[in-house]
Design a protein around this ligand. Structure first.
Ligand SMILES: [Zn+2]
Length: 420
């Protein structure tokens, strides 16, 4: 199979390769042996066009329990308050059947679009909807295990971790191999109890050996307040489990000097970040009837420069927090080229979609090609990054050495054959 593959997705220690082109792509031939890559060599016809290929991507932040609910629970004003209110209305009537239908559709699309792992938060504040969502998604985790890794995070307001129910939920999540989460800051605002609640959460997580993934500073005021609290508390307690700050949007409004200082402290505390620009750009910086001028999003580059691992996620898909999206990682990559200046021809531009989320989720495979690695590819009908950016490319997905049938609502013709 003749392909052009980003240099940063090839193991330079194990494969001798020619130099990359101006877009960081290397012309190679891949030989497969069943479900594994047998050999990788320089393409003798390097000057002839060949499809651009990636390894399947990783979605580090989703909400499978509420996907595709926008039409019934709309938020036409596009505000945080409107999103929260609609989400709560939906949660009150959520059933197991609905969660099954939503998650099945989401996983099917994600798999066919070329995702290999998803971390999903689950509304876990209590009641029948929480119970149903966990039961269904744990079952989905088992059903989908040979196609897609699914990690689950308990999402509650941070103050929940000070209530008597905290221990029970944490025990159940730990027994299921999940992560503990919480919302620190908007839309709930910063409260005096936040520090205590966060401390309780981190102590509980350390005792039970659960990773932590917080929704923190999803706002355009109080710049970096929640992230700073996470870092202080993690350093004080000596963080013993992986901690992820999802969003960290208002941190992007700090001055360059304060932003770098905080980023360095995050690196020292081992705190990772999942940036979610799409939802942030829709919900934040709203001024009724005006054009936004404040575009709060995680400061991806300063974080990377400080040594913080940053992944980019799609977050909400057709729910009250964002009416669009489709679990298509290539569309997210195309969007972030513009919104976040993540140039895919740079290692640090592509890593947030590939190797960084693989590391953040602790996946067995880092997504880098070397002999013996999984025969898993996302092959695009484009010969260059510029063509990928020009228009949504058609694609084929190879998993364990087998091409899977294309699908995806609204783009059923988007996955037709490319030369192999
Ligand atoms: Zn989220």
């Amino acid at each position: 199979m003749r392909l052009r593959i980003p240099r940063c997705l090839m193991d330079g220690q194990r494969v001798t390769l020619p130099a990359a082109d101006s877009e960081g792509l290397v012309a190679v031939t891949l030989q497969l042996d069943g479900a594994r890559v047998a050999a990788i060599a320089a393409d003798p016809q390097a000057s002839a066009p060949a499809p651009l290929a990636l390894t399947p991507l990783v979605e580090p932040h989703a909400h499978l329990d509420k996907s595709f609910t926008y039409s019934a629970f709309a938020n036409p004003g596009g505000t945080m308050e409107g999103a929260l209110a609609a989400n709560l209305r939906e949660f009150e009537q959520r059933t197991a059947e609905q969660v099954h239908e939503r998650s099945e559709r989401a996983l099917e699309q994600a798999w066919r679009y070329g995702l290999r792992a998803i971390r999903s938060h689950i509304d876990s504040g209590g009641g029948p909807a929480s119970e149903a969502s966990w039961q269904v998604l744990l079952e989905q985790q088992r059903r989908w295990a040979d196609r897609l890794t699914l990690q689950l995070v308990a999402l509650v307001p941070i103050r929940f971790w000070l209530t008597p129910e905290a221990e029970t939920l944490a025990q159940r999540v730990a027994a299921a191999g999940g992560l503990l989460g919480g919302v620190l800051g908007p839309p709930f605002g910063h409260r005096s109890s936040d520090a205590l609640a966060l401390r309780a959460l981190l102590q509980l997580a350390a005792r039970l050996g659960c990773g932590v993934d917080l929704h923190v500073d999803e706002g355009d005021t109080a710049a970096g307040l929640g992230v700073a609290l996470v870092v202080r508390t993690a350093l004080e307690l000596g963080a013993q489990v992986p901690i992820t700050c999802s969003h960290a949007s208002s941190m992007g409004l700090l001055s360059a000097a304060r932003c770098s200082r905080l980023a360095e402290q995050m690196a020292a505390a081992g705190v990772q970040v999942v940036a979610l620009p799409r939802t942030n750009l829709w919900l934040l910086g709203r001024r009724s009837g005006q054009t936004p001028w404040l575009r709060a999003q995680a400061p991806i580059r300063p974080l990377q420069q400080a040594g913080v691992d940053v992944a980019v996620g799609g977050d909400n898909v057709q729910d009250p927090w964002y009416p669009g999206g489709d679990y298509d990682p290539i569309e997210l990559l195309r969007l972030c080229f513009t919104t976040s200046h993540l140039d895919p021809w740079q290692r640090q531009g592509l890593a947030p979609f590939t190797t960084s989320p693989a590391r953040l989720l602790g996946l067995d495979w880092d997504g880098v090609l070397r002999p013996g690695c999984p025969a898993d590819l996302l092959v695009l009908e484009a010969n260059s990054w510029q063509q990928v950016l020009a228009r949504p490319p058609q694609r084929r997905v190879l998993r364990a050495g087998v091409w899977i049938a294309g699908a995806g609502s609204g783009s059923s013709d988007a996955l037709t054959a490319v030369p192999s």
